[in-house]
Design a protein around this ligand. Structure first.
Ligand code: AMP
Length: 487
C-alpha cells in the first residue's frame, strides 16, 4: 500500500504549530468525516477523487482512497487536502472498478498515519475488504478491551478498527449476516461504506445519526455522505440509506436492501445547521432551504430589534441571513470578505491559533458598515471564538450597534455522536448566561433560535438535538448530562 507521511504544515503561517497540543487535544475530540464508495464497470479513481473533493468540508486533516482491481488493493492515504494528494500520477496508480474513500478531521484515534482510512483487511472467504466510517462509536473502548483480551491485535487507535475485528469474528454465511451481527454490538453513531469483491455496501446505525446517500450513473453505483458528491460526478440521487438498513450495490443486481430494526429517527440537527453543504439534500430538503427557514424563524422571534442591515458570518450563516432579512424586511449586505484559502477555524486545536485564524479567514468591509446598526447572523456559538473576534473588529470599524443572532439554540452539551463540540467547560453557553456572553463577546444584544422554532425549520423527521438539550439517546450520556455544570 502506498501510504506516506505528508509534511505537517504549521496551521497558521508565522505561528509555530504546537504539535503536543495538537495531539493532546485531538485525542479527546470526536470524529467528523466524509465517506464514499463506488462500484463500476470501469476505473473509478477519478470518480472517487471528485466525490472526496465535494466532501472536503467534512474533514481536512487527512484523506484516503483504496481501490480493488479484482486481485489487488491499490491505496493512497496521506495527511492534507484531497486536491493536494491525488495528483494525476497518484490517480493512475489507483486501479480498480470498486473502491472506497475517506476524508477525515481529527478523531478519537488522534493524528497518526495508521488512523487514516479506508482500512483494508482480509476476511475469509470474502477476500480483501475495505472499510470507511463516519461517526463516533460510543462503546469503542469497551469493545476494544474485550477484543484485545481475546487476542485481537490492533494496528491503529481508531475506533473504526473495532468494526473490522467484530466483522472478522462474526459468524454467518453471508457478509451481510456478519455485518449485521458485528454491528449489533456497536453503539453510537455510524455511517459505514464497505467494499468486497465487485460489491459495495452501505449501512447506518439504527438512529440514523450520520448521513449516507445512494447515487447512480450509467455503469456506476455510488455511496456518499452527502448528495453534493453525486452532483459533481453527474450521478442521479437515488435515495438515502435508511437507519438500520444495509444496502448492497453492484453492477449485476443493482440495489439489494436488508432492512434492520430502526430506533427513533435521530438525524443530527447540526448537519443541517452547520456541517453539511448547503447544496446537499436530506429527507427531501435542501440544506440551503433549511438554513433560510432558520433565518426566517430567527427574525420572527426577534421583532423588537431596531437595525439597518443584516450581515452573515460566512458560510453557514449566509442563507440564515437571507431568511432573516427577507422576513424582517431589512437589506442583507456582505459584511465580511472570506479568505477561501484558510480552512475551518474551528479545526485548530490551540486557542491562540484559533483566535488568529478567525482574523485570517474573515475581514469586515472597511467602510459600508460604519455608523450602522447591524444584525450579525451566525449558525452557532460554540466557544465564542469567532463571534468575539469579529465583533471586536466590527466595533473598531465604527459599527454603531451589534445585535448577534444565532441560528440554533445555546449549545450546552457535548456531542458524543460525531460532531466535534468540546467538553462543557469550553462551551460558552454552558458556562455563561446570555447577559454575560454579551459582555464577553462585546455584543449589544444576543438572541438564539428557540428549540421549537428549530424543530419547525428542520421539518417533521426526528432529529438529535442533544447538544442543545442534553437529551441523549443513550442512558449513559443522559447521566453525564444530568451531572452539575463543570468549570
Ligand atoms: P466558536 O467560534 O467556537 O463559537 O464556533 C462557532 C463557529 O464555528 C461558527 O461560526 C460555526 O460556523 C463554526 N462551527 C460550529 N461548530 C463547528 C464544528 N463542529 N466544526 C467546525 N466549525 C464549527
Amino acid at each position: 500500500m502506498a501510504v506516506g507521511y505528508g509534511a505537517c504544515k504549521p496551521a497558521v503561517a508565522g505561528i509555530a504549530c504546537p504539535v503536543s497540543a495538537v495531539v493532546r487535544t485531538m485525542k479527546s475530540i470526536r470524529e467528523e468525516c466524509g465517506i464514499a464508495a463506488i462500484a463500476a464497470n470501469e476505473g473509478i479513481a477519478r470518480y472517487l477523487y471528485y466525490c472526496l473533493h465535494a466532501l472536503q468540508h467534512r474533514g481536512q486533516e487527512a484523506c484516503g482512497v483504496v481501490c480493488f482491481d479484482g486481485k489487488k488493493l491499490h491505496s493512497h492515504k496521506n495527511f492534507g487536502l484531497v486536491s493536494d494528494n491525488f495528483t494525476p500520477a497518484v490517480l493512475n496508480t489507483l486501479r480498480g472498478h470498486v473502491g472506497a474513500g475517506h476524508v477525515r478531521y481529527s478523531t478519537q484515534g488522534g493524528r497518526d498515519v495508521t488512523n487514516i482510512q479506508p482500512f483494508a483487511f482480509s476476511v475469509p472467504p470474502f477476500g480483501l475488504l475495505t472499510l470507511a466510517h463516519n461517526g463516533n462509536i460510543t462503546n469503542a473502548r469497551v469493545l476494544r478491551r474485550t477484543l484485545e483480551a481475546t487476542g485481537a491485535i490492533f494496528r491503529s487507535s481508531s475506533d473504526t478498527e473495532v468494526c473490522m475485528h467484530l466483522l472478522a469474528r462474526a459468524q454467518g454465511e453471508t457478509l451481510v449476516a456478519r455485518l449485521r451481527e458485528a454491528m449489533q454490538q456497536v453503539k453510537g453513531a455510524y455511517a459505514l461504506v464497505l467494499t468486497a469483491g465487485d460489491k459495495i455496501y452501505g449501512l447506518r446505525d439504527p438512529f440514523g445519526f450520520r448521513p449516507l446517500v445512494i447515487g447512480k450513473k450509467q455503469n456506476l453505483w455510488v455511496l456518499a455522505s452527502e448528495s453534493c458528491a453525486l452532483d459533481l460526478i453527474d450521478a442521479e440521487f437515488v435515495r438515502e440509506v435508511r437507519p438500520a438498513e444495509i444496502v448492497q450495490l453492484d453492477m449485476q443486481t443493482g440495489i439489494t436492501s436488508f432492512v434492520g430494526t430502526a430506533k427513533p429517527s435521530s438525524f443530527c440537527a447540526f448537519e443541517l445547521i452547520y456541517f453539511a453543504r448547503p447544496d446537499s439534500l436530506f429527507a427531501d430538503q435542501e440544506v440551503y432551504a433549511v438554513r433560510k427557514a432558520i433565518g426566517e424563524r430567527l427574525a420572527s422571534e426577534d421583532q423588537d430589534t431596531q437595525a439597518d442591515v443584516v450581515i452573515a458570518v460566512p458560510d453557514s450563516g449566509v442563507p440564515m441571513a437571507f431568511g432573516y432579512g427577507e422576513r424582517a424586511g431589512l437589506p442583507v449586505a456582505a459584511g465580511f470578505m472570506r479568505n477561501h484559502y484558510v480552512g475551518r477555524t474551528f479545526i485548530h486545536p490551540d486557542q491562540q491559533i484559533r483566535d488568529f485564524a478567525v482574523r485570517l479567514k474573515l475581514n469586515p468591509l472597511p467602510r459600508s458598515l460604519k455608523n450602522q446598526r447591524v444584525i450579525v447572523v451566525d449558525d452557532s456559538l460554540v466557544r465564542g471564538t469567532t463571534a468575539k473576534k469579529i465583533l471586536r473588529v466590527l466595533r473598531n470599524r465604527g459599527v454603531q450597534a451589534i445585535h448577534l443572532r444565532i441560528g440554533s439554540p445555546p449549545i450546552t452539551h457535548s456531542c458524543f455522536y460525531g460532531v466535534d463540540t468540546p467538553d462543557r467547560s469550553q462551551l460558552i453557553a454552558a458556562q455563561q448566561d446570555t447577559a454575560q456572553i454579551c459582555r464577553t463577546l462585546g455584543a449589544d444584544s444576543l438572541r438564539y433560535l428557540s428549540l421549537p422554532a428549530l424543530h419547525q425549520a428542520l421539518g417533521d423527521a426526528g432529529h438529535c438535538t442533544a447538544c442543545f438539550t442534553g437529551n441523549y439517546r443513550e442512558d449513559i450520556f443522559q447521566k453525564i448530562a444530568k451531572q452539575p455544570r463543570d468549570g
